[in-house]
Design a protein around this ligand. Structure first.
Ligand code: TRP
Length: 450
């Protein structure tokens, strides 16, 4: 085993890793991006494929990352240096670092919106308004490019502040309190949404698959969404895995995170689609699907003022526990591989993200210079990272564990050197070695060819 020279920060309790990994996984990807993807890709058919991806591939890829991280006790680049010295494998880590900058850059744009919407909730600014007004205000907000950039900057700063304070204090505590609260409020909202007039149509959009809608594009988007939502393929779980104690159970961690993440995404769908159909918001409305439908829903609820406020605060915190994980990958790399002080690593990673992020934010204005052939810089960053870099990272990670690290070391790690049974280890390893690389590659390539 690799000797750890200086003492590394780590998670404090057994729940710590689950809280932190679930905190990373659950975020805007579930509540904002998932409904958008479902809506744009035809509803239930997408959902079905998404569930297959997440269950069949998500758990093995997640476990592979955790194994690499805990075994190497290192950041996502250093891990490959340690486990495969003098090879080209660290490239996987570098792809992840690049991808981390890209995702953080556009993710912080939408994270910033949650702050704007907290202010709007406090000032009760949705009260009594109809859909058309709420929609036009959302569009007007995008056109205030620098206001978007301001909120984005504040959000990046907040993320930097938590990450600077370290793993145990920042990440673990925030995540543990938030998750149950978020779950609770989504359940209440879901019940209200499903009892609105016309809600049934939304439910059948979400659950009644039209198989003719499964195309190459839908499959790639589902794959990308699966990786994005579970924070896979760029080394978040390698980095977090390196903070996990030797006695923690990696397999059950992976299962818990996947179950929690999927539950929150489906709940978000149950909140959004019945309400969207009831109010007449088009399922393919993209960004407006969530940001316009929800205020309408709050207007229909007794105590809507408080629900609205609590919801956007929770959404902001859910986004924060995700951006923390993105930044942690960058900071762990910069501080351990480039030997920067943690403070400087945080400052540099945040500044770099901000620089990229400005383009993402300003590209959403109606007269933006930052768009090409109708595709905004925001969309391009999202597509490049989620649909291309994450699947490539994912394939390389499972190939690494399946073929380079090998069965014996994998078993040692998932059984904690024999202390645990890990009854599913053989079948999971089989998926890691054969099924996952082939499946990810097929979906990925068939989608690119279109
Ligand atoms: N999974 C998070 C979400 O669903 C976003 C996220 C955090 C992420 N870290 C990531 C996505 C790493 C991909 C890779 O909101």
């Amino acid at each position: 085993m690799a000797e750890v020279k200086k003492k590394r920060d780590g998670f404090g309790s057994k729940l710590g890793i689950i809280a932190a990994a679930a905190g990373s996984a659950i975020g805007l990807g579930n509540i904002y991006r998932f409904p958008c993807e479902v809506g744009e890709n035809g509803g239930a058919a997408f959902l079905l494929f998404y569930l297959i991806v997440v269950n069949l591939l998500g758990i093995p890829v997640m476990l592979s990352e955790l194994v690499i991280g805990r075994r190497s006790q290192s950041n996502s680049v250093g891990a490959f240096h340690k486990l495969a010295p003098n090879t080209k494998w660290p490239i996987v880590g570098y792809i992840g670092v690049l991808c981390g900058f890209l995702i953080f850059a556009f993710y912080s744009t939408v994270s910033g919106w949650t702050l704007e919407y907290i202010v709007k909730s406090v000032t009760n600014s949705f009260h009594g308004k109809d859909l058309a007004t709420i929609e036009s205000e959302f569009a007007a907000f995008h056109d205030m490019g620098w206001r978007n950039v301001m909120w984005q900057g504040i959000f990046i700063f907040l993320t930097g502040f938590v990450v600077f304070r370290g793993v145990q204090n920042g990440i673990e505590k925030t995540a543990k309190v938030l998750m149950p609260l978020l779950l609770g409020i989504l359940i209440i909202l879901g019940i209200r949404s499903m009892t609105l007039p016309g809600a049934k149509e939304g439910l059948s959009f979400l659950f009644r698959p039209d198989f003719s809608k499964i195309t190459g594009k839908v499959m790639v988007e589902a794959l990308g969404q699966g990786f994005f939502s579970l924070s896979l393929g760029m080394g978040v779980l390698i980095t977090y895995g390196s903070y996990v104690k030797k006695e923690d159970n990696l397999t059950s961690t992976a299962f818990s995170v996947v179950i929690a993440d999927t539950a929150i995404a489906i709940l978000a769908g149950l909140v959004i689609f019945p309400a969207a159909f009831s109010f007449g918001v088009k399922p393919e409305a993209g960004m407006g699907l969530v940001f316009n439908t929800l205020p309408m829903l709050f207007n229909q609820i007794t105590g809507g003022y408080w629900f609205c406020l609590i919801f956007f605060v929770l959404l902001a915190i859910a986004a924060l526990t995700s951006t923390i994980s993105l930044l942690e990958v960058l900071v762990a790399y910069l501080s351990e591989e480039m030997l920067l002080k943690r403070t400087w690593a945080t400052v540099i990673a945040c500044a770099g993200t901000m620089l990229l992020g400005v383009f993402a934010s300003l590209s959403l204005m109606s007269e933006t210079p930052f768009a090409l052939a109708g595709h905004t810089v925001f969309d391009m960053m999202d597509f490049l990272s989620s649909n291309i870099l994450l699947p490539i990272g994912g394939v390389l990670i499972v190939i690494f564990v399946g073929w380079r690290l090998g069965k014996q070391k994998f078993f040692e790690e998932v059984t904690n050197e024999g202390a645990l049974k890990a009854p599913l280890k053989r079948i999971i390893f089989f998926i890691i070695r054969y099924l996952a690389p082939v499946a990810i590659a097929i979906v990925f390539i068939s989608g690119l060819i279109k």
